[in-house]
Ligand binder design. Structure first.
Ligand code: NAP
Length: 271
């Protein structure tokens, strides 16, 4: 198993289970980081129009020389771009910046309450036109998904949410599982804020791994797609090196017990 290990979405498309997140990477930084990650074997890049670095991502992909179809590219429609027509326009802006003919995954970044259904109709059109191989949402709670599904033709293939051991999102994960929506973790290592946690440290020591690797392996064994961000080659390598050991159920239970609702980002209902 490696960085090409995939998770199958409900439409049959395969997404590499570990990808590189590029939030807060500046244009100049993102180019080098994505190129390095691709050299290390990463085949999944997560960007967004909000990150203002799609051009750098696109250039790095092009210059890598790796065939386009071997790289899974995600981007997202930002909140002030939502609405049917607005989203179609935003999508074309993103494609142009990326320099691509299609994306692998297009996401609604946040559930903007009076707009997300119109936005979703635009994503359905993008998907129907063959310009995105999969479509999904981000930061949707079960009530948003319930509401969306009532009026939509296509079920989201993915819900990308803040998810790490101290915010394990049991309820949303269970809802997604019931509806065949894959879950993807953002801020999977909680931006590095509690990698010194004794539970993580104890398990890390046992396997001669780092706390970040323990969390990312916990994601993998829970069938959670994960997109750790790093601009550093050594950390990119570290975050990908999670396929040569296996956590026991006891380890997983201990990590599960760390949940304390420690949300680093905004709550989707307060956005
Ligand atoms: N859909 C959404 O609303 C949403 C919101 C936030 C993020 N995201 C996506 O999720 C991705 C990941 O989330 P994130 O960037 O917020 O946080 P993250 O991946 O949990 O953590 C990134 C931070 O941890 C550091 N780091 C990375 N690997 C490390 C390691 N092995 N050991 C110690 N520190 C390490 C990085 O620093 P260095 O870069 O200096 O290594 C960076 O400061 C984003 O890049 C973005 O693509 C989506």
């Amino acid at each position: 198993m490696s960085l090409t290990t995939t998770t199958k979405l409900h439409n049959g498309v395969e997404i590499p289970s570990v990808g590189l997140g590029v939030y807060k990477m500046a244009e100049n930084e993102v180019y080098e980081s994505v190129k390095t990650a691709l050299e290390l074997g990463y085949r999944h890049i997560d960007t967004a129009s909000f990150y203002e670095n799609e051009e750098g991502v696109g250039r790095a992909i092009k210059d890598s020389g790796i065939p386009r179809e071997e790289i899974f590219v995600t981007t997202k429609v930002w909140n002030d771009e939502q609405g049917f027509v607005e989203t179609l326009e935003a999508f074309h802006r993103s494609l142009t910046k990326l320099g691509l003919d299609y994306v692998d995954l297009y996401l609604v970044h946040w559930p903007v309450s009076d707009k997300y259904k119109d936005t979703w109709r635009a994503l359905e059109k993008v998907y129907g036109d063959g310009k995105a191989r999969a479509i999904g949402v981000s930061n949707f709670l079960p009530h948003h998904l319930d509401d969306l599904m009532r009026d939509s033709e296509i079920m989201p293939m993915i819900n990308q949410i803040e998810l790490h051991p101290q915010l394990s999102q049991v309820e949303t994960r269970e809802f997604c599982k019931q509806h065949n929506i894959a879950v993807e973790a953002w801020s999977p290592i909680a931006k590095g804020t509690y990698l010194d946690h004794p539970v993580l440290q104890e398990i890390a020591e046992k396997y001669n791994k780092t706390a970040a690797q323990i969390i990312l392996r916990w994601d993998f064994q829970n069938e959670i797609i994960t997109i750790p961000k790093s601009v550093r080659k050594e950390r990119q390598r570290e975050n990908a090196d999670i396929f040569d050991f296996e956590l026991t159920q006891d380890d997983i239970d201990k990590i599960n017990s760390m949940d304390n609702d420690n949300r680093l980002g905004l709550h989707p209902d307060d956005f």
